[in-house]
Design a protein around this ligand. Structure first.
Ligand code: NAP
Length: 244
């Protein structure tokens, strides 16, 4: 039976690369988006035209009911959920004194509560199946903390804590839960950085370059594969050696 993967926030960037890889590997793929209807639709269309099994589903993962609907619709369309990749996320840069409550709540609601919402809704399905793989996209800033990204770093550290706790809770049901912590990856999330800032970052990366969205997708695919059946509660850094 064909396996099914939900990739949250897969209208662009790391999520889109992950959706493409899973589709190419033979999964039914649910491309989730919130704002970017056009890029999600274009991606789904180009994959469908190449014979891959994909569908799109709008859902703001920060909204519990929409996250639940994402899981329900997937179950209705494909009958099972083998992989959930919690990738949807937003960044915010600024001093703590410039981070107001609205910014803080937005970051935490999307980056952390969104992961909680989707995990909670998918867990019931996966427990019934007695199988499943959950991969959460955190960030190396969740491990080390980034100056001027207090809310973002806290949300991503929260994802690491959630991953470890849920791995223990779901292991007896045959479900693994792991996280990937990307370094600096070439996506629109970094498009606000100046050439000088990017150059400075790249100079601090032992492998001497930014990562690509596909390199994160490959790590996610590994954790979702049978080769990773004995791996749970782990945090896989994909950062060119920035954090060792
Ligand atoms: P991106 O290109 O900005 O893509 C972000 C994705 O998240 C988009 O598809 C966006 O969809 C989706 N999204 C945002 N809010 C959402 C919501 N409320 N509900 C559903 N989807 C939502 O960023 P990216 O670089 O690919 O980032 C993907 C993940 O990797 C994020 O969790 C990010 O924190 C993490 N990460 C990125 C880097 C990096 O250097 N790029 C490093 C470490 C970690 P819509 O546009 O449709 O809303």
């Amino acid at each position: 039976m064909k396996k099914t993967a939900i990739i949250t926030g897969s209208s662009k960037g790391i999520g889109a690369a992950t959706a493409i890889l899973f589709a190419q590997k033979g999964y039914n793929v649910v491309i989730n988006y919130n704002d970017s209807y056009e890029s999600a639709t274009l991606l789904a269309r180009s994959l469908s035209e190449n014979g891959f099994s994909v569908t799109t589903q709008k859902a703001n993962v920060a909204n519990r009911l929409e996250a639940e609907l994402l899981i329900k619709e997937t179950l209705y369309k494909f009958g099972r959920i083998d992989v959930l990749v919690n990738n949807a996320g937003v960044a915010f840069e600024g001093l703590i004194t410039q981070t107001d409550e609205v910014d803080y709540d937005r970051i935490m609601n999307i980056n952390l509560k969104g992961v909680f919402n989707c995990c909670k809704a998918a867990a019931q399905v996966m427990v019934n199946q007695q199988s499943g793989k959950i991969i959460n996209i955190s960030s190396m800033w969740g491990e080390t903390g980034a100056s001027c990204e207090v809310a973002y770093s806290a949300s991503k550290a929260g994802v690491i804590g959630l991953t470890k706790a849920l791995a223990k809770e779901l292991a007896p049901s045959g479900i693994t839960v792991n996280a990937v912590t990307p370094g600096i990856i070439e996506t629109s999330m970094n498009s606000n950085l100046s050439v000088e800032e990017l150059t400075e970052f790249v100079e601090s990366i032992p492998l001497g370059r930014m990562g690509t969205a596909d390199e994160i997708a490959q790590a996610v695919y590994f954790l979702a594969s049978e080769n990773a059946d004995y791996i749970t509660g782990q945090i896989l850094g994909v950062n060119g050696g920035y954090v060792i």
